[in-house]
Design a protein around this ligand. Sequence first.
Ligand SMILES: [Zn+2]
Length: 365
Amino acid sequence: MSMSRLAHLTALCIAATVASSSDARAEGRAALGACWSAAELAGKAGEKATHRETYDPTVEPRTEAEPLAPVAPALRGSIRSVKLPPGEKLVALTFDLCENAWEVSGYDAPIIDTLRKAGVNATFFASGKWLMDHKERAQQLMADPLFEVGAHSWTHRNFRLLPPGEMRRDLALNLSADSQLRRTLSGRSCYRPGTGPVDASRPLVFRFPFGTCNTEALDAVNDAGLLAIQWDIPTGDPAPAQSADAIAKSAATAKPGAIIVMHANGRGHHTAEALPRMIEEFRKRGFGFATVSELIAKGEPVIKDSCYELKPGDNLKYDKLFPAANNSAPPPAPKPAPAATGWGAGVRNAPAASHPAAPITADKP
Ligand SMILES: [Zn+2]
């Protein structure tokens, strides 16, 4: 193991070990309760729905994030899962909080409520614009010692097609939004930093919108100091036809060290319904739950030089569905229909360009 890799992993391990003591977590949980009442943390009616909205540049954060050291060579690339030591049975539940320029997407409160009630660690990958449009919810997630909040671009553009300059600007906006909220959060007197499973002062991990990348995109993300996290278990939850049963069954195929992708922005249509049985099933089989950074700190990440769903090249079709460098309008309904398990499945139900006024809701696309 190279020294630089060791240094990076040591930083992750220290964060995971120091902060995961039950005392620290209990303190963090108490602090969360001091910042927000149970009623404020709980879900509210209508929060899951996504609304069409014209992009307003004033939503862009004004502050600049501190630059981060580039990712060490041995951790660069697309991380799909983690090889854990024998007997270590952990999986990482991950939830994307995607938000396009042309919308304000939702907050799927029952998912978060279930995770909190069951004491389950999870990672959220939040688009910067989602953070700015859901400032209070975002800070609740950042403050919760159960959770890790990672980055997911500014407005969910396809990084495989973005010119390098736009990629850097997009990442900078994403990190600035994240930094702005973490600074606000650390200024709250009730907040106790350092009680979570990982260093909560900055995002450590990034997920590509649509899970699409190329070499330049991987470099841009790694150079920005973020580990590029893919998955090895797609649940297909953006497809409205993907039942709770099917989502839970997909997750149940996970082996120790798996990274499972779902959505908590309203586009995980039956995810909240699937989650309790998914958690129960994993626990019955002796599994525990870790954030992505904790998982990586505990084993050897499985890293590839391209991003894909299940097989190399299987998401190249998304470039036709999401070709716009500037996604200021929803994509038209694609033809032919994309695979049922992937990203395109959810987009199939996005409003057609001819119906721009139609509200986008989770249940009535
Ligand atoms: Zn996304």
